[in-house]
Design a protein around this ligand. Structure first.
Ligand code: TXA
Ligand code: MG
Length: 355
């Protein structure tokens, strides 16, 4: 199959909508990441999504609709869920709600809940409106790769597996939506994203954040959100996160860089915009501005793809507080680093006292 990247004119969006109605797959831009869309009520289309991504069948899909009204046909919406949807949808929020029987088991891994999202990207909304079908769409990457934030990322991962990718530009948020379990006793964030716990608390009296968000699953532990089980976002080189006092972080990143280069291997430091001057002379890549963390979210997956393509052996990366959008950034970075974090204060202190 030939894959075409199309500019999102009315005509091309109509063509994509027609493809969805006929059971075909479409690469669609959203404000979070690109999705691989198919008709959520068409079992053949759902199976094609799983096959194209090489995605395990027990990892349920998010179903995209253009409005609360369209969601009503698919799930039971409580008053609290409705309040959240009124406040944050369209936007980067996915709610897990009790499903209605119309949802085919292949789409949500046979669970009692279904994940529903109303994306805010104008092209996504127009596509959903024009198609008239609910659209199941996981991120349009090969399973395990960073999610795609440009049409070219989708093309790179899925060429030949879908006929159309609508090019809606670089995704504004850059990280996947917040997944909030509304079937839990207290609404629980299973995957942090653009709608932060702080924002949710402006509508809800109480929010929990699943403690597995910033740590690996324990042996035999059941993942609340099946997607969190899989190795994600990992580049081919070894990525280490470095925490601690800034001067110690810089000292350790530089030392690891130099030690690696000295033995003939490739290294790269990932640092915040504000700290770049400290690494002069080393191979350093900006991951965005610490004072505007939304810029980090916006480019993180593109950076992870770049360092993967470049096959750098050893990577060190600065970290930021897990607050606000920082929680979602640290969730993705921790997984990319396979939870490998070094405390520069402990190590640099250790080196100094021995001198
Ligand atoms: O921003 C996004 O959410 C993007 C765009 C395309 O909308 N989509 C996306 O889908 O990230 P995906 O399939 O890559 O991630 C969906 C996550 C997975 O971790 C999955 O396990 C979880 O949501 N999920 C979906 N339905 C669920 C359910 N019923 N119960 C628990 N977790 C669920
Ligand atoms: Mg995904």
């Amino acid at each position: 199959m030939n894959t075409k990247i199309l500019t999102p004119t009315d005509e091309n969006i109509w063509l994509a909508a027609q493809t969805l109605r006929e059971g075909g797959l479409v690469g669609m831009p959203t404000e979070t990441v690109y999705g691989l869309g198919g008709d959520a009520l068409n079992e053949e289309a759902i199976r094609a999504i799983f096959a194209a991504k090489a995605r395990p069948a027990d990892n349920p899909l998010i179903i995209h609709v253009p409005s609360i009204q369209a969601a009503e046909g698919l799930c039971e919406i409580s008053d609290v869920s409705r309040r959240l949807m009124c406040a944050f949808c369209p936007g980067p929020l996915t709610l897990l709600m009790p499903k209605k029987p119309i949802i085919p088991a292949v789409a949500n891994a046979g669970l009692d809940s279904v994940a529903i999202r109303i994306p805010s990207h104008p092209v996504a909304l127009q596509l959903l409106e024009m198609s008239g079908v609910p659209v199941a769409a996981p991120s349009a990457n090969t399973s395990g790769k960073p999610s795609p934030t440009t049409a070219m990322h989708v093309y790179h991962d899925l060429y030949g597996k879908l006929p159309i990718i609508l090019d809606g530009g670089a995704c504004q948020v850059g990280l996947e939506s917040t997944v909030l379990d509304m079937t839990a006793e207290v609404p629980t964030v299973l995957r942090p994203g653009g709608i932060t716990p702080e924002l949710l608390l402006t509508v809800l009296p109480e929010v929990r954040v699943s403690d597995s968000v910033l740590r690996p699953l324990k042996e035999g532990e059941k993942a609340l959100s099946p997607g969190m089980r899989y190795r994600h976002y990992a580049p081919s080189g070894q990525l280490t996160l470095v925490k601690g006092e800034q001067s110690n972080v810089e000292h350790l990143c530089k030392k690891m860089y130099q030690d690696t280069v000295n033995v003939g291997r490739s290294a790269r430091i990932l640092a915040f915009e504000e700290h770049l001057p400290a690494y002069e002379g080393q191979s350093v890549l900006s991951i965005g501005s610490l004072s505007r963390p939304e810029t980090i979210a916006h480019k993180l997956f593109a950076v992870l793809r770049q360092i993967d393509d470049e096959k750098i052996d050893i990577l060190t990366c600065e970290i930021l507080p897990a607050e606000g959008i920082g929680l979602a950034i640290m969730n993705r970075l921790s997984r990319a680093a396979a939870f490998h974090v070094i405390d520069a204060d402990a190590i640099v202190g250790f080196v100094d006292t021995r001198r």
